[in-house]
Write a protein that binds this ligand. Structure first.
Ligand SMILES: Cc1cc2nc3c(=O)[nH]c(=O)nc-3n(C[C@H](O)[C@H](O)[C@H](O)COP(=O)(O)OP(=O)(O)OC[C@H]3O[C@@H](n4cnc5c(N)ncnc54)[C@H](O)[C@@H]3O)c2cc1C
Length: 300
């Protein structure tokens, strides 16, 4: 069976791996220059900063096994179960958040290892020369590929929020230790994480994520959001030094609503990703695996 997977994010890669393990011949196409999609780490000053997903949470048994496999090979590590919540600045305990010493994208690279992945290769259509085609991406991106009607309907029903991520590099670590923080009811700032703490190298680097409102106002000029986010982080954490700022725009960062189905399907085309469940890395990974199981179980 020949399968084309479009999208080398965590959903597409987990799907492709499971398909390959099940005996399918799989090609993965991604328009980007690297794998990972929103599991993204950008090299700045010789180190990687996580600019997409901030961390992983694993509570599904299969994904727990995957994270344990990454931990056993030194690729992932439990980071913290405690994040700060603003306003108020109190610490709140929650699930263990996992981080990656080499940046979260290294986990996608691990999944891609040994697969036929073709980068800088945008797909123009869902109509690929294969027995099955898997679109592993946000619905609005899948819609551009003119998928069959049921896929188009599922994709069109998704609603997405944008986020602008700002990597803030300071001369030194001057803030009180806090790991990461949710910033509630702030007009500009949604989260800020200590990337040096998360990555374990103690670099003086914070990564801020904007609110959807700020991102929406700066979609055409994302660099304009950088100083705004730097000022908001400085105010929040009492940092007086000016950071160097690099921004990244995520037009489709987070789906607004969860769908109960693990994927959408019509004919030989499937759609998967993090919109099929709670919007997080684990969901994308599971959605890709569910499609692989469905494709392998299909009689063609
Ligand atoms: C700012 C931000 C913060 C987040 N924080 C967290 C967090 O803390 N914890 C958590 O669990 N999750 C978090 N997430 C969500 C998490 O990153 C996603 O759930 C997950 O990475 C989605 O993976 P995916 O494979 O479904 O989609 P994506 O990663 O978006 O992958 C889609 C891929 O398809 C490719 N593509 C699209 N169109 C085409 C085309 N025409 N041809 C070829 N390739 C194409 C893209 O290049 C991309 O690589 C965050 C996301 C963002 C943006």
């Amino acid at each position: 069976m020949d399968v084309v997977v479009v999208g080398a994010g965590i959903a597409g890669l987990s799907c492709a791996r499971a398909l390959a393990e099940g005996g399918a011949r799989v090609r993965v196409l991604d328009r980007g220059r690297v794998v990972g999609g929103r599991l993204a780490s950008k090299r700045i000053d010789g180190r990687y900063a996580d600019i997409g997903a901030a961390y992983l949470v694993a509570d599904d048994p299969a994904f727990v096994a995957q994270t344990e496999s990454w931990r056993a090979r030194g690729l992932a590590r439990p980071w913290t179960d405690t994040l700060r919540v603003h306003p108020g600045g109190t610490d709140a305990r929650g699930p263990v958040r996992w981080a990656a010493p080499g940046g979260l994208r290294s986990l996608a690279a691990d999944l891609a290892d040994g697969l036929d992945v073709r980068l800088s290769t945008p797909a123009e259509s869902a109509d690929q020369d294969a027995d099955a085609v898997v679109l592993a991406m946000p619905g609005p991106q899948a819609l551009r590929l003119s998928p069959p009607p049921a896929i188009a309907a599922a994709a069109a029903a998704q609603r997405w929020r944008p986020v602008i991520a700002a990597v803030l590099t300071y001369p030194a670590r001057t803030w009180t230790a806090f790991r990461g923080a949710f910033v509630n009811d702030h007009p500009l700032l949604a989260t800020v994480c200590d990337d040096g703490d998360r990555r374990g190298d103690d670099a003086p680097v914070l990564v801020a994520h904007s609110t959807a409102d700020l991102a929406a106002a700066h979609l055409d000029t994302p660099e304009g959001a950088g100083p705004v986010l730097a000022a908001a982080v400085g105010d929040l954490l009492g940092i007086t030094a000016s950071p160097r700022v690099q921004v990244h725009r995520w037009t489709y960062a987070q789906p607004e609503q969860a769908t109960e189905a693990p994927y959408a399907h019509e004919g030989r085309v499937w759609l998967c990703g993090d919109a099929f469940g709670r919007p997080r890395v684990q969901t994308a990974w599971l959605s890709g695996r569910a499609v692989a199981d469905a494709v392998l179980g299909t009689t063609l």
